[in-house]
Design a protein around this ligand. Sequence first.
Ligand SMILES: Nc1nc2c(c(=O)[nH]1)N[C@H]1C(S)=C(S)[C@@H](COP(=O)(O)O)O[C@H]1N2
Ligand SMILES: [Mo]
Length: 213
Amino acid sequence: MPVFKSADRRKEEERIREENRLPPGQALTLKFPVLHYGPVPPFNPATWVFRVWGEVEEEKSWTWDEFQALPRTRVKMDIHCVTRWSKADTVWEGVSIRTLIEQGFIKPKPTAKYVMQHAEYGFMVNLPLEVALQENFLMATHFNGEPLTPDHGYPLRGVVGYIPDRPDLKTPYFWKGAKWLRSLEFMRQDRLGFWEQAGYHNEADIWKEQRIR
Ligand SMILES: Nc1nc2c(c(=O)[nH]1)N[C@H]1C(S)=C(S)[C@@H](COP(=O)(O)O)O[C@H]1N2
Ligand SMILES: [Mo]
């Protein structure tokens, strides 16, 4: 992470800390670092499909055009990377899994307890379904009003963060959102994702500093 030693940064960090929004071991950045394993994949809107499969009553798939027509949600939250940078007041727009379920687009079986986000090149991230259904998880197409940039996951990524004054929501580190998201697998049992297999903590709670296992 590039160290951004300006008075602005320190002032903003103090404000966030005083509002109890800075988890232990984190430092605020005003930048937006890029972190991932492997290359940035290309996007072809003509062949891209998003799939929902596994423990669902009916498998679904949407083309890029169809995906754009799904109900949209906006959320403002703080994101916390396990590598110790945090970014406050990030605004994300996209599609909420909870909304898709509430509006009947996805019908999970009662046995579905976990969700795997599958991304390009076989990358995956696991979460308990209850966390993926919270207001602080979104399948985002836009960041701060603009489409995602390719290095931040264009055209679609999972995002999870801390909504101020919502300590009731479980908040994992930012790696629990997969960039270049291509499908959701509903699962009966938990399986570890890419970083979890590499030794990152499975729950990844930012307040408990669950960084590694
Ligand atoms: N497809 C994919 N998504 C990924 C990763 C990855 O390696 N591949 N890394 C995760 C990690 S470790 C982090 S910290 C965040 C970083 O997101 P950013 O580059 O937008 O800051 O993406 C997450 N999503
Ligand atoms: Mo990360």
